[in-house]
Design a protein around this ligand. Structure first.
Ligand SMILES: [Zn+2]
Length: 351
């Protein structure tokens, strides 16, 4: 049996739940992926997760009584992180008001630390991905998926905000006259920089391309438009209309990143999620917009695209892909332990 306290990470998604058991050095010992049976309800899914936890434990130690420090779980938001209760989740319909943290702790018998999936991914990139060798104590990760989310690490801690809702940069206003967003306002960042936003921009570019572009052909083919197809058309097909789609998307993302840098003067912003795979296509216009809209970025005179320097804001693509959420979740018990130790030291120093 491997020595030291294990942690278990759970990345709860709308279609798949990924689980992994890690040793004290955060090496992955065993993992499982299970289908998230959303319609079966949250309690049934929690019981399945508990079965997997027992199976993972048994693999390491046939007595099934391994030394577990705790379980970290990243869940789609919104979540009330103080009470551990889920809010109204678009990808997990019918799960609202469920006490996820308490139910999982009860089903497994282990302490559970709950985070939003965006925060868990930010922790993953900070500790084990793009931020790994930097020693930085603050950074943001923006995840470009179906929507746009973000996680903020400030002074070695996840910033939750007053109600646990910090990091909703996807709903930062880019254009007050823009299209309606599901949040009830207009022109939010995620309407321009998510996978759905990219498709929306593609439609508008294709409509104005006057029947000459391959993009219009793709739109009219009846095939589902995806980030990958658009990227192939822009990169391999060298289609200027498809390239314009990524330039516009990058420009709007740059506006969002600029607001973040102006507000927080962060040393690192990591861009992740499926859309970030098209980094080469949108990064130049993103950097241009960051320079245009962020005085903080301009004043700190960044000179680089691909190396992290002290006292310069560094904007880079994520490194871990889909593993960031699982790694970040598994790191939660250790982070929580370190934070409570830090708090005890502060209290002792102040006593
Ligand atoms: Zn919105």
């Amino acid at each position: 049996m491997t020595q030291g306290a294990f942690t278990i990470g759970i990345d709860l998604g709308g279609t798949t739940t990924r689980m992994g058991m890690f040793d004290a050095r955060m090496d992955l010992l065993a993992s499982r992926s299970i289908v998230t049976r959303v319609a079966a309800g949250p309690q049934a899914c929690v019981e399945e997760m508990a079965d997997v936890v027992r199976a993972l434990l048994y693999e390491q130690d046939s007595s099934g009584s391994g030394d577990i420090l705790g379980i970290g779980i990243g869940s789609p938001g919104p979540i009330n992180l103080k009470t551990g209760v889920l809010g109204l989740l678009p990808n997990l319909p019918g799960w609202e008001n469920f006490h996820l943290r308490d139910a999982l702790a009860e089903a497994t018998g282990f302490p559970v630390i709950l985070e939003s999936d965006a925060n868990a991914a930010a922790i993953g990139e900070w500790k084990f991905g793009a931020g790994r060798s930097t020693g930085l104590d603050s950074m943001a990760m923006i995840t470009l998926g179906t929507g746009v989310g973000s996680g903020l690490i400030l002074n070695d801690r996840v910033w939750h905000g007053m109600c646990g809702m910090a990091g909703e940069i996807g709903h930062a206003t880019i254009d007050p006259e823009g299209p309606m967003c599901g949040c009830g306002t207009r022109g939010c960042l995620e309407l321009y920089s998510s996978a759905n936003g990219l498709v929306r921009i593609a439609k508008s570019v294709a409509e104005s391309s006057q029947g000459t572009s391959a993009l219009l052909g793709l739109m009219n083919s009846g095939e589902e438009l995806t980030t990958l197809k658009l990227a192939m058309l822009a990169e391999k097909g060298n289609d200027s209309a498809a390239q314009l789609v990524f330039q516009r998307m990058g420009r709007h993302l740059g506006q969002g990143v600029a607001s973040l840098l102006n507000t927080l003067d962060l040393p690192m912003v990591v861009i992740g999620g499926g859309v970030a795979g098209a980094w080469r296509l949108f990064a130049p216009s993103m950097f241009e917009a960051v320079g245009q809209y962020s005085v903080v970025y301009r004043l700190t005179a960044p000179s680089q695209f691909d190396s992290c320097e002290i006292h310069r804001p560094f904007i880079c693509p994520a490194e871990l892909g889909a593993s960031a959420g699982l790694l970040g979740a598994a790191a939660l018990p250790n982070l929580s332990k370190a934070n409570s130790r830090h708090q005890e030291n502060v209290e002792l120093a102040n006593a």
